[in-house]
Write a protein that binds this ligand. Sequence first.
Ligand SMILES: Cc1ncc(COP(=O)(O)O)c(C=O)c1O
Length: 404
Amino acid sequence: MFILNTSSDYRRPLEPGHAELLGATAATKVERHLTYRDRHAATPLLSLPKLAAEIGVAAIHIKDEGQRLGLGSFKALGGAYAVIELVLEEAARILNHPVDIDELHSHAVREIAERMTFACATDGNHGRSVAQGAQLVGGRAAIFVHSGVSGERIAAIARFGAEMIRVDGSYDDSVREAARVAQRQGWTIVSDTSWPGYERIPGLVMQGYTALVREALEAMTETPTHVFIQSGVGGVAAAVAGHLALSLGERRPIFTVVDPARAACLFETARAGHPVTVPHGEPTVMAMLECYAPSLIAWRILSRAADAFMTVDEEEAISVMRRLARPAAGDPAIVAGESGGVGLAGLLKAATDPEIRTALSMDERSRIFLVNTEGATDPGMYEEIVGLSPAAVAKRNFDGATPI
Ligand SMILES: Cc1ncc(COP(=O)(O)O)c(C=O)c1O
């Protein structure tokens, strides 16, 4: 399914608060934060010339977030960043003077952080980031996981010393439970989704994501003409669309949000013109995108800065994982987890459907930007789907991409 954005806010400038949240000054601050993080390095921007020629566009660039900060996904940029910011704010409040990130490991700040507990609900990746952030500042983490989160993903979060709390039901149930318990216990809830009256912290999480857009723009010789970004609650799509709109203005690329058909909350929200919760159906293989209600702040940004919304099916997500693992000779092999290649799945569908291609003004001059949002965050599942281990796929690039 595909629709153009028909919201009454479409193409209006971002709200001033959102412009501040996702603009150049904010991105510079995030960049500075990252220099204080272990294993920080810009993630690779890879070019897929063979695939571009095959689908009749000039270029495809994919930002590979699989190795971000050693956590396996772009989510490493958001949750941990928000945790650090919240500690600095709390320290400033208690010590009664502004506190810089330079002082994060000072005795006084550490003592304050040790008294803080950061809670969130997660499909896997956001929780790992919040848990890592809490460990970094010396605070505690309580991470709520619903019944669909795999054992491998739970273990990867628990490794950071987080308390794991299991919740019966879906991601949305775990979001509600995390908020309820956190309020009762006096914990700080660091959610990647927002609801009425709770937008500031999810905004900080999104601010962290701007780093990947800035790195990509710096690495590209020409700005992209089209962008396809996958959505769960819409946070990363809104951060990318918002930052691009603010940095490029009228030259911003045509932006498409890609949802799984089985959890199409952004698509249905765009179709209705207001936030919509979609019914729970069968689970989707795109596990990190299985969200049934959009983040309100994300929607307010996307209603202005996104041009189109589309859905992809289960087989399309699976097929791009396999395709990225076994690319045409000349393109690099990429390890993309179940939710990682979904933007590419959207592009492939759009490029090969004449109506969508025309609606998005895509042609042989188009330069596409995508984000592989995760590597094999569940290696067992990856191998089952792709038929190769993540290590075997990564090794292909060193072996000169020998056919498998
Ligand atoms: C790998 C991956 N891709 C995409 C998303 C979607 O991000 P958002 O929920 O901000 O839309 C997530 C969310 O957890 C994710 O983990």
